[in-house]
Design a protein around this ligand. Structure first.
Ligand code: SAH
Length: 396
């Protein structure tokens, strides 16, 4: 096995369980390794401290599989890790009864570059690192064994694979997809999940608990749901007794799915729902010009800042939508505002939102800090920017 020698002192973050070894931490590679091969990680004093997947094309030169220097990184290793991740969800009281649940959340489950989401009897897997890609068969076999699913569909079509020198890839990895489409029930609401063509793995599971909270806050409120995608927040709001729900997204296909989702739920009063295909930045200005007011506004935009380098421009975009969000709120109204940008931490996000509130001239207080659902755990060693963060803010 090849040996990856670290620069002096660079063993510390690894031992603190941050699984990434950046190019700048590497002194040299002794021996030969192909992308994805397992290498010994050697501290400057010669001690082997970990086993990791080698990825020569990426700035993240290696990702740690195990801090056990003797660990056998083989088929059985991945089957065990997959089974452990699945078991953690199965015993969590907020997750065990869910139809849609993330089974593996990459680094936080000790499987860097591996995402797996279960939608009913179908599992969708996404492999984004050279190491994860190499162990595809073991990971898929582990998922089949641990879940008894009827199909595993691969959605490794994310552009981040290129940073690892991997081509995007998608297709069936096991079994067959249900011929008549796939649906899940989330907190009493039926939703279509398009694992082949939908965003990410088909659905945004990380927002499940926040969608539930929205439903709980919605009674008799006028709701504005910005960046609504397939209508998850909108339908929970209707289920919670909202008096009206206006939903905006720039994607026609997403809105078409949203309309089908509404039809899948005859218990909801469809006459209270309006859908609008538009750019949110424009739409907010239009609503403001018309003097419209809402009692609960959701802002769940796509990632404006994938990394710290984009933080400044992203901050302006967050400021803009939040400013209009506050302007459109009626007295006592609530803004539920999110960021999934890796380049913006919670503290910075709160500052941006506070400055928007200041410019809008509103008196505001935080009711809830909002995080991703517990099937998206965050490793303690991961920087705070790398996960969904949100604030529910009530204005005076
Ligand atoms: N809240 C959703 C997920 C939102 S994903 C849920 O709970 O399922 C972000 C959405 O923003 C996508 O549907 C995308 O089509 C939309 N989007 C991206 N940029 C946009 C823009 N400028 N205006 C309107 N919608 C936009």
């Amino acid at each position: 096995m090849a040996r990856l020698h670290l620069q002096p002192g660079r063993e510390r973050t690894v031992l603190r369980r941050h699984p990434w070894i950046f190019a700048g931490s590497v002194a040299r590679l002794e021996g030969r390794a192909r992308p994805g091969d397992t290498v010994d990680v050697v501290a400057a004093d010669g001690t082997v401290i970990a086993r990791a997947a080698w990825s020569p094309e990426s700035q993240i030169r290696a990702r740690v599989w195990s801090l056990d220097a003797e660990a056998a990184v083989d088929h059985a290793f991945f089957k065990r890790k997959v089974a452990e991740s699945v078991a953690r969800r199965a015993t969590h009281p907020m997750l065990s009864a869910q139809d849609g649940v993330r089974l593996i959340h990459g680094e936080s489950d000790g499987l860097p570059g591996v995402i797996a989401d279960r939608y009913g009897a179908v599992v969708v897997v996404q492999l984004t690192s050279a190491g994860a890609d190499k162990w595809r068969d073991a990971i898929v076999a582990g998922l089949v064994q641990a879940t008894g699913c009827v199909a595993v569909y691969e959605r490794s079509d994310s552009e981040v694979r290129r940073l690892e020198g991997l081509e995007p890839r998608a297709g069936l990895a096991y079994g067959e997809l249900p011929a008549d489409g796939l649906q899940i029930v989330e907190n009493g609401v039926r939703m279509e999940v398009d694992v082949v063509g939908g965003h990410k793995t088909g659905f945004y599971l990380d927002q499940r608990d926040n969608r539930k909270l929205t439903g709980e806050l919605a009674r008799d409120r006028r709701i504005l749901n910005c960046f609504c995608y397939t209508g998850g927040f909108s339908l929970q709001a209707l289920a919670g007794g909202a008096s009206s729900v206006l939903s905006i997204d720039s994607s026609g296909p997403a809105l078409a799915t949203a309309a089908r989702n509404l039809a899948l739920n005859p218990q909801l009063d469809a006459s209270r729902a309006d859908w609008c295909e538009d750019d949110v930045f424009e739409a907010l200005r239009g609503l403001n010009a018309e003097g419209r007011k809402f009692d609960l506004i959701i802002l769940d935009p796509p990632k404006f800042a994938p990394s710290a380098a984009h933080a400044e421009r992203a901050a302006r975009a967050y400021k803009d939508i939040n400013l209009f969000g506050f302007r459109l709120l009626a007295p006592g109204g609530i803004l539920m505002t999110y960021s999934c940008s890796g380049g913006i931490g919670l503290e910075m996000f709160q500052k941006i939102v506070a400055s928007a509130a200041g410019d809008a001239g509103v008196d505001a207080r935080i009711l809830h800090r909002l995080a991703a659902a517990p099937d998206h755990p965050v490793g303690l060693a991961v920087p705070e920017g790398e996960y969904l963060k949100g604030l529910a803010i009530q204005v005076g």
